[in-house]
Design a protein around this ligand. Sequence first.
Ligand code: SF4
Ligand code: MG
Length: 402
Amino acid sequence: MTREVIRQHLPLFDEEGRSAATEDDIGRDRHYLPDFPEEDPYAAGHRTCAGCGPAIQYRWVLKAAGGDTVLAGPTGCMYVANSTYLCTPYTVPWAHTPIASGGSFTSGMAAGYEAMFRKGRHPGPYPNIIVMAGDGSAADIGLGSISGALYRNHDALFICYDNECYANTGIQTSPTTPYAGMTTFTPFGKAIPEAKKLPPKNLAKMMAEGHPHCYVATTTVGYPTDLMNKTRKGLNLQGAAFLHCYTPCQKGWVYQTSMTVELGRRVVEAGLFPVWEYDPEERRYHYFHPPVQRPVTDYLAMQGRFGHMLPEHVATTQRAANRNWEDIGMDVPAELREAEDPEPASTAVISSDTCLTAARCCTTCSPSGRGRPARDSRCSRRPTPCGWPTGRWPGAASRSSR
Ligand code: SF4
Ligand code: MG
C-alpha cells in the first residue's frame, strides 16, 4: 500500500517585534535578536578560523532547521574544517560528497526518503534535507548537479555559502570572486592592476531565472532573522529551494575577525549584494531596500583583498553598485553618482576612524606610507600590526605614490 508523505511545517520568526527598541546609531536593527531556538545541531568544537562567515551561516541554518534534519556537504572549507580526524560538530546525520556531486547526492537522498515513506519503511515526518555547498561547488564545479536537482524539483534546500573564493585550497578565485578581488590566482600587478577583471557570476539570478518553479532567495550573515526565515521558507516549500548566502572569509579577505556580521550588512548597504526572494507562485522578485545607502569605499576599505585598488577600479565598482540600486528599484543618491567618476573617488573619505583591514600592513611594498596590506608574495618581511589611523581609502592613492 502506498502511504502519504508526512511533512513538517516550521513557523517563521518575527522580523519586526523588538527592532524599534534596539536600533543602533544609524537606525539599523543591529541588536535585534528574536527568541532563537536553544537547539544547536552545529555544536561547538569545529576548526574553522575565528570569525568564519560560513560557520556562522551553518549554525543559524541548522538552528532554523532543527534536529529532524539530514545534511550533505560537498568538498569545501566547511567540509575540511568541520570534519578533521573523523570528528564533526553535527548532532544530525551528515554526509560528505565530492565537490561536483552535492546536487545529485541530495537528489538521491530526497528520492530515497520519499520511497521509504511510500513503502512504509520510515516512521515520522519527511526530514529537512539540506545541502550546503561553497561557491566553488555551487557556482562552478558542482553547478550542473545542483541545477539538475532544482530542475527535477526534489524536495530539498540547496544552499550556497559564498565566501567568494576557493578558501580551503588556498584562496583561489572562483566565479563569485568580485571584480578587483585579489586572490592567489588573481594577483594585482603592472599588467592587471585591478587583480580580478571579471565581474562575479550572478548565481542566484541564474537559479531563479533558470528554475522558475523553485523558491530562490539571497541573504547574508548580517541579517540572522532573514537568513533563518528564508531557510524555513525553503524547507516548508514542497519542492526544491535555493538560498545564496554571502559569508565573509576572514582568511581570504583579510579583515578584523569581529567584522564578519558588519560586512554582511555593509555589502548590502553598499549595493553590492542585493537581498531578495523570488516567489515561484507569483513568479516575481521581492527586494529588500536597506535603510542606509553607502559608497562602496565603506565596504572595500574594510578588506585587505581590495587594498591595491586604484581610483578607476573603485569607480567601476561604484558603477556596478549603482546599477544594482536601480535594478532593485531604489534611487541612486547624487554622491553615489558622483563617485562613478574616478577623480572625485580619489578623495573619498571612509567613515571609520581607524584602518579596518586585518592589521597586516608593512612598509616594504609602500615605502612612502603605511596602511597598505602586505601583498607581495616575495616580501620577506612579516606583516606587522600598525594601528594606522586613517581617514582616507588607502586604495585611492595616486599612481605616483606606488
Ligand atoms: Fe572560514 Fe575562510 Fe577560514 Fe575557510 S578559510 S574556515 S571559509 S574563514
Ligand atoms: Mg568558497
